[in-house]
Write a protein that binds this ligand. Structure first.
Ligand code: OAD
Length: 244
């Protein structure tokens, strides 16, 4: 799997690079993606009972336990060679990372200024006054765990964006700006079907940005991009960096 020549040329010349990442970015760290037919989270769980504001209102203890389990799982995994390659690249060039992932593996690999368009498991917040809380991660020993209460009387909820919710405005503005103002966009490990995040490569294209996709599978975006590189995050990104 050699680096496509046109991608390499663009990566060498780029002054500003934006990388949009999705669940496939963390797959080789052992974090399940959402839509893999065998192992994807949404193959095993119904997102409507776990990842919507209605689910939270209906059964907050079930939702909180599920997210606590994901937090505990994340403590047990490490950034992969792809996360590390992006962090190294960021030491040498203007690399902005926009992620749909709610994990902190980019940060733990050493990247800074990561834009989390779907929120973060690291920032649980009150469902009423929106204050961010620090909560100890404990692996739940039952299907339901009562979330803690905020001083205002609200409940502390996961700091992630659920289906039907708006993206955080600051993060979205930063992401759209990063898409529009770069010379090269890499789209790594996303199925490109969840909007508005999936629209970021289109914004880049409207501004004439060269867009390359790194994904072992073809996606809805593949036909539109300049290069689709059939590779994985932990193989392709270090290889690209070495070649530059
Ligand atoms: P998906 O599970 O929809 O897609 C994961 C993508 O990663 C697929 O296209 C895979 O082919 C690809 N992939 C798998 N392994 C890979 C690897 N090792 N290297 C590179 N790519 C790999 O995940 P997302 O696109 O991130 O939203 O999903 C988007 C949003 O849907 C998530 O942020 C989440 C979910 O519902 C919210 O929770 C709001």
């Amino acid at each position: 799997m050699t680096v496509p020549a046109e991608l390499l040329e663009r990566a060498r010349a780029a002054r500003s690079i934006t990388v949009l990442t999705g669940a496939g970015m963390s797959a080789e760290s052992g974090v399940p993606t959402f839509r893999d037919v065998q192992t994807g989270l949404w193959a095993k769980y119904d997102p409507m009972t776990l990842a919507t504001p209605e689910a939270w209102r209906e059964d907050p203890a079930l939702v909180w336990a599920w997210y606590q389990r994901r937090c505990a799982m994340l403590l047990a995994v490490q950034p992969n060679a792809g996360h590390r390659a992006l962090a190294d690249w960021g030491q040498k060039a203007d690399v902005r990372i926009v992620t749909q992932n709610v994990d902190d593996l980019h940060e733990r690999a050493g990247s800074s200024g990561v834009v989390h368009v779907h929120g973060s498991l690291r920032t649980p917040r009150c469902d009423t006054c929106w204050t961010v809380h620090t909560v100890e991660v404990v692996e739940p020993d039952s299907e339901r765990v009562q979330p803690s209460s905020c001083e205002c009387g609200g409940l502390v909820r996961p700091g992630v964006v659920w289906f039907g919710e708006a993206l955080p405005e600051d993060a979205w503005n930063a992401a759209a700006d990063a898409a529009a103002s770069c010379d090269l966009m890499l789209v790594v490990g996303t199925s490109s079907i969840v909007y508005p995040a999936a629209g970021l490569p289109r914004i880049a294209m409207e501004f004439g940005v060269f867009v390359a996709e790194i994904n072992p599978e073809r996606t809805d975006l593949s036909r539109a991009v300049d290069v689709h590189w059939e590779s994985t995050a932990a193989t392709g990104l270090p290889r690209l960096l070495e070649a530059i």
